[in-house]
Ligand binder design. Sequence first.
Ligand SMILES: Nc1ncnc2c1ncn2[C@@H]1O[C@H](COP(=O)(O)OP(=O)(O)OP(=O)(O)O)[C@@H](O)[C@H]1O
Length: 262
Amino acid sequence: MIEIKNLTKRFPDRRGGTVHALSEVDLTIADNEFVTVLGPSGCGKTTLLRAIAGLTGWDEGGILVDGEPVRAPGPERAMVFQNFALLPWATALDNVAFGLELRGEPRGRRHATARELIGLVGLDGFEDRLPGELSGGMQQRVGLARALAVQPRVLLMDEPFGALDEQTRRILQEELLTIWERRRLTVVFITHSIEEAVLLGDRVVLMSPRPGRIAETVPVDIPRPRSFDLHGLGRTEEFTTLTTHLWERLRTMHPDRVGAHR
Ligand SMILES: Nc1ncnc2c1ncn2[C@@H]1O[C@H](COP(=O)(O)OP(=O)(O)OP(=O)(O)O)[C@@H](O)[C@H]1O
């Protein structure tokens, strides 16, 4: 379980002022839950994810993962980044094995684990390719396999499919759900796509403009396994009601909304 309590985070800006990124964020995420996070640009979504990962500190409040306070990154929490963040000089296999190498696992064992995960994400035969020799979708498969290699209980995903084309994105969404259902992980998934948030999540957490707060938590009661045929699921009443509601909320928060600057 992830318990975020009263989390407040400010950054110094370059003019000597302060950017208030998060304000009194309270959020509890159950084991094996898939939570998607939506919110206007700059509302603190990445800051929240990085705080859970232990990559950034905060000013007030706290975060517990399975009752333990988060103070630093740990192997039970793994990140997947929008820009893949792979080591460009290392093969797909070595990228996947990287976390295990840091942990001091012997070469044979870490390569065996990495090969299994390369298979899980559908990259058999591409083990020796460098990231630059792989498509964006394939690079993100490597990013996902690398995150899974350390056997995390929590997967923290920062717009992981944001840089991919629509078709690749759909395929990876579907595969991510299959992996999540098989491995029973807790997932916190940031996205800018309302459809993606509803398609994937058990709950959509909607954040308000900066300073980011939880504006609303919307349960998604669409049964699983979910159909990825948007002509099917996308036209159901539940899906349309949820996406319409979320869009209405986001539209009123958008800084470019007509009248927003008055
Ligand atoms: N290291 C930093 N130093 C100063 N300001 C920062 C830093 N990191 C983030 N910020 C500021 O904090 C605010 C929240 O940023 P964050 O990246 O968390 O938002 P976001 O919701 O993920 O944005 P987006 O949707 O555009 O990715 C922004 O105003 C950002 O400029």
